[in-house]
Design a binder for this molecule. Structure first.
Ligand code: FES
Length: 368
């Protein structure tokens, strides 16, 4: 097994930057997710809300300066040694004190995204820890410093969808030629060149993977996430997984083509079986329009609604945002995830359409 591609994404959400070799340290691949766009209140901005970010390219010069470019924008060079002050920002649940890139950079990103935004830098004085990794620093990546995915996982997904999605949509740092699809999820400790990595968790996916990386266009049919939901939804929590997060336990250099050695394996997680056309089907009635739709056992209520043309809003499609909340008036469902619901809402019969499966005929209310 070998490393086929190496990427960093210096600005969170930006275009993949292919590399022939890279140093890996405690923050992951050199230069990865060190810059971030935030609102004027310091809240992070990512590709889910602003797909245009994927059109930005970002190059760091020896930690001395950074150059941003984007379509129809002048190139922006920022001196990282200049004193432009500091800014408190928030990424997911972490508060981070970061270096400001100054007024010129703030105007540049505001002009490009259309609004009032700032650019900041995770420098040597910044510090972020995430709950699941108390001993390891994490810069502006979502959950952990290094994301590994195999080419075979992408090929399995593309074979299932009949599409040609690109690995850059999944934003990995290392792409590996593995023995089989999703093999990376069974690696507990791996060695690549001088570097050793320890697995943290599978990468739960959201609609960011539906954005075309060339034109920043989200797929109108919500693919490939819609298909990945059928192909690789974890039984334990209903999350849709692609790729594995790691931390660096032995820093060093990785070169494209380096061999990947599995030092320790972990048991594979259980995934929902693929939809079986022979499986029992149920009728879901959506109120108040009294629209009936047929549901296979492995289709989420959201997928059934969408296929039937029912207007039901969704966002994360993984049970964490609450956008797809509906009320179950009758029938039995299997709940994959309900993180976004309060206990009171659950008692009142609310469910998340993206994470529930019919287990009998159902009546669902779209409005209170
Ligand atoms: S779409 Fe986010 S919880 Fe269902």
């Amino acid at each position: 097994m070998r490393v086929e591609s190496l990427f960093n994404y210096p600005l969170k959400g930006c275009r993949a930057n292919p590399m022939l070799e890279a140093k890996l340290g405690s923050l992951g691949v050199q230069g990865d997710r060190r810059f971030m766009a935030v609102t004027h209140r310091g809240q992070f901005v990512n590709g889910k809300k602003f797909p245009k970010l994927v059109l930005v390219t970002c190059r760091i010069d020896n930690e001395q300066s950074v150059i941003f470019s984007a379509p129809n924008m002048p190139e922006l060079k920022v001196d990282l040694t200049a004193d432009d002050g500091r800014v408190d920002v928030r990424v997911w649940r972490s508060d981070v004190n970061a270096k400001s890139l100054g007024d010129k950079a703030n105007s540049w990103i505001s002009d490009f995204l259309g609004g009032d935004f700032r650019l900041c830098f995770y420098d040597q004085n910044s510090h972020r820890q995430v709950n699941s990794l108390p001993e390891y620093p994490v810069s502006f990546s979502d959950s952990a410093p290094v994301l590994v995915a195999s080419r075979q996982s992408l090929e399995a997904l593309n074979a299932y969808t009949g599409r040609v999605d690109k690995i850059e949509q999944f934003r990995p740092n290392l792409v590996v030629d593995a023995d089989s699809a999703f093999a990376e999820e069974t690696w507990q400790r791996i060695r690549i060149g001088e570097v050793e990595l320890l697995a943290v968790k599978g990468c739960a996916r959201c609609p960011v993977i539906n954005t075309d990386v060339e034109f920043a266009q989200p797929d109108p049919n919500q693919e490939p996430l819609r298909s990945l939901t059928k192909l690789h939804r974890r039984v334990s929590d209903g999350k849709v997984i692609f790729g594995q997060y790691f931390v660096v336990t032995q820093p060093g250099r990785v070169v494209k083509g380096d061999q990947v050695e599995v030092l320790q394996s972990r048991p594979a997680e259980q995934y929902q079986p693929l939809p079986d056309e022979e499986q029992e089907q149920y009728t879901i009635t959506f109120e108040p329009m009294t629209l009936n739709a047929r549901s296979a056992a492995n289709e989420t209520i959201l997928e059934v609604a969408e296929a039937a043309g029912v207007a039901l809003a969704s966002s994360c499609r993984g049970g964490s945002c609450g956008t797809c909340r509906v009320k179950l008036l009758s029938g039995e469902v299997e709940v994959g995830a309900d993180y976004a619901l309060t206990e009171q809402e659950i008692e009142q019969g609310y469910i998340l359409a993206c994470s529930c499966f019919a287990r009998s005929d159902l009546v669902i209310a779209l409005e209170d």
